[in-house]
Write a protein that binds this ligand. Structure first.
Ligand SMILES: NC(=O)c1ccc[n+]([C@@H]2O[C@H](COP(=O)([O-])OP(=O)(O)OC[C@H]3O[C@@H](n4cnc5c(N)ncnc54)[C@H](O)[C@@H]3O)[C@@H](O)[C@H]2O)c1
Length: 222
């Protein structure tokens, strides 16, 4: 059984219609909202086995000029949101006594920062460190922590208009921009979902990052 959580109720309905999951509104930047919702999910669904910590948004601005609030707000969601969700999950995993799996939606920005993308990439780099810390501190409890570093994916965060604008700024077509990787193909949200599924199933894989961007040497970890 799958539970989908989002701050935006309207974002949940299409998902519920498509995959038949249970939906819950939750603000991952609000510790009370997270604690209450996670306990409700565990009670309603009979427990918690896997957390995919996914919520994020992409703030931009030159790091030397941007308002401090932009950076702080991004950290609230792109770093502390993950920490809030993980702490709530750890409490439930411990109570259940059968380990658990935490998967982080990080970003290839965590290892390959883009110009004027500091407010997004810096908390993502911290979230990469957070994933490793969970693996170190909670592995002995049977809790695994892994992450996905995706590249450019067409979603609510990277809209069609944004793709057109960014491609034009680089003198590329939208297809060239989205398929700018070693395979020369656009990577889809469903490819990212597959990576999470495989990480969830591989029960000896821990503290790992799976890069899902069609192959880009600058983001390749090894
Ligand atoms: N799209 C990309 O190119 C790309 C690349 C690498 C990583 N990512 C990561 O993928 C994850 C999902 O993003 P997406 O691209 O699907 O964008 P999206 O905007 O479609 O999805 C993000 C979701 O997070 C929700 N959200 C925002 N603030 C929240 C909060 N406080 N509490 C709960 N939910 C909240 C939004 O309502 C939205 O539904 C993010 O962590 C993002 O950084 C995206």
């Amino acid at each position: 059984m799958v539970a989908a959580l989002d701050i935006n109720e309207q974002a949940l309905q299409p998902l519920a219609d498509e995959v038949g999951c249970r939906t819950f509104t939750c603000d991952v930047t609000d510790t009370t909202s997270v604690e209450v919702t996670f306990e409700t999910v565990a009670a309603d669904l009979g427990g918690l086995d896997i957390l995919i910590s996914n919520a994020g948004s992409a703030q931009q601005g030159a790091i030397g000029d941007l308002p401090m609030d932009t950076l702080r707000q991004s950290f609230e969601l792109n770093f502390f949101g993950h920490q809030n969700a993980c702490q709530a999950a750890i409490r439930i995993f411990r109570r259940q006594g059968r380990g658990g799996t935490i998967l982080f939606n990080i970003s290839n920005q965590s290892v390959n920062p883009g110009k004027d993308f500091g407010p997004y990439g810096i908390p993502k780099a911290a979230t990469l460190a957070l994933m490793r810390q969970y693996a170190i501190d909670h592995g002995k409890e049977g809790i695994r922590a892994n992450g996905v570093n995706a590249g450019r994916i067409r979603t609510g965060l990277m809209t069609d208009q944004m793709i057109i604008d960014r491609a034009a700024a680089r003198g590329m077509t939208p297809h060239e921009y989205m398929a700018g990787n070693l395979l020369g193909v656009e990577v889809l949200a469903s490819d990212v979902a597959d990576a999470f599924l495989h990480l969830a199933l591989m029960d000896k894989v821990n503290a790992a990052v799976l890069t899902v961007d069609g192959g880009v040497m600058a983001t390749s970890l090894r």
